[in-house]
Ligand binder design. Structure first.
Ligand code: KG4
Ligand code: ZN
Length: 341
């Protein structure tokens, strides 16, 4: 059943066509350049850009998949959580398409789609849910940090989340203090490569707490005080790399320690990770090493599917339709604060 999926929850306009677990096309128009000069996503600008980009992106997705609109068997879109004005563009357009074609429509929870994106493997990506086993799933992006226990397909329970800043937000805010352009996560990753992660000792907030929640705002503040006390550090290229490596190590340490602890506590033998921060090379290496040590299977989302994309929305929507999930009405509203309950 070829299905068209649309994602516009934040600053990526994306459309994808999926068919029987295969991603036939996945087109993403990123708005990073647009928001960079403001140092973060401006919701009104994001919505206008989605309006400009959505139809060309959807047209390209259909063309690349060699599918015409009348061959579509279903339509899906991100319903939440996300920026209201941004969500509305993709969700309402997708509902209109489903209405006109007379096809089923599904509004998808963005985080639930992230949970299954690590199961997409290969080029073109194919989802193999026959191998799905109970797992602890880490979702780390610019807006969210979540640990989720996936007990079985479409059956999950949130274990914990951030009480303040998200991990990606911490990368971006620490990077801003260092003078790096938005989004600073990839730049910190790049600079950290030549740095010593043990050069400076930053706090690992809540790392020892028995719960599964995270907190990153204190780490950002400690970077601010550190730079106030060492203002000349930024003029020295090597010390700048050491600083990036040390900040990155603190964030990664907390994410890896708490994810592995949750898996061990729940007795599950599989960990997955997705979201933009999962592109971070130190996080990928540290999670790989930690899972190997513990005998845990690790599935990391492919880098192209870590950041927001419509392929993961489509794959989940198709699975839901196959498992006879309830359709979403074509006049239903967006859910900007939809939690992964
Ligand atoms: O999932 P995403 O594209 O968008 C949402 O926030 O929903 O994630 C973007 C976040 C940004 O905070 C960005 O700095 C971070 O992911 N990021 C990284 C890396 N690549 C992207 N953080 C650290 N290292 C990276 N390589
Ligand atoms: Zn996301």
């Amino acid at each position: 059943m070829p299905l068209l999926a649309v994602e516009t929850s934040c600053d990526e306009t994306s459309a994808a066509v999926v068919h029987e677990g295969r991603v036939l096309s996945n087109v993403v128009a990123s708005q990073i350049g647009l928001h960079a000069e403001y140092g973060g996503v401006v919701p009104e600008l994001a919505a206008r850009e989605h309006l400009r980009n959505l139809l060309p992106v959807a047209r390209t997705a259909l063309r690349e998949a060699s599918i015409s609109a009348d061959q579509l068997n279903a339509v899906a879109a991100t319903r939440g959580p996300g920026l209201p004005s941004a969500l509305m563009v993709g969700f309402k357009a997708a509902q209109a398409v489903a209405f006109v074609l007379g096809r089923p429509f599904l509004g998808i929870n963005h985080h639930e789609a992230h949970l299954y994106s690590p199961w997409l493997k290969g080029q073109p990506p194919v989802a193999d849910f026959s191998k799905l086993q109970p797992n602890v799933s880490l979702i780390v992006s610019g807006g969210h940090t979540l640990l989720v226990h996936v007990r079985a397909e479409l059956d999950h329970r949130v274990l914990g989340s951030t009480v303040d800043d998200a991990a990606g937000e911490c990368f971006d805010k620490a990077g801003k203090l260092i003078g790096l352009p938005y989004p600073a996560g990839p730049e910190i990753d790049r600079l950290a490569e030549g740095g010593n992660p043990k050069a400076y000792d930053f706090p690992r907030p809540m790392i020892e707490d028995p719960n599964h929640d995270f907190s990153f705002s204190g780490l950002k503040t400690s970077v601010r005080y550190f730079l106030r006390d060492h203002p000349s550090l930024l003029d020295d290229a090597q010390r700048l790399r050491d600083l990036c490596a040390s900040v990155q190590a603190a964030i990664v340490d907390v994410l890896v320690t708490k994810t592995i602890r949750a898996a061990k506590r729940l007795g599950v033998g599989c960990v997955t990770a997705s979201g933009g921060v999962t592109c971070n090379r130190a996080l990928r290496q540290r999670l790989t090493a930690a899972c190997e040590r513990q005998g845990i299977i690790l599935l990391l989302a492919e880098k192209s599917l870590c950041t927001d994309n419509a392929a993961m929305i489509g794959i989940l929507a198709e699975r839901k339709l196959m498992l006879r999930a309830e359709e979403t009405a074509t006049d239903a509203d967006i859910l900007p604060n939809w939690t992964l309950g």
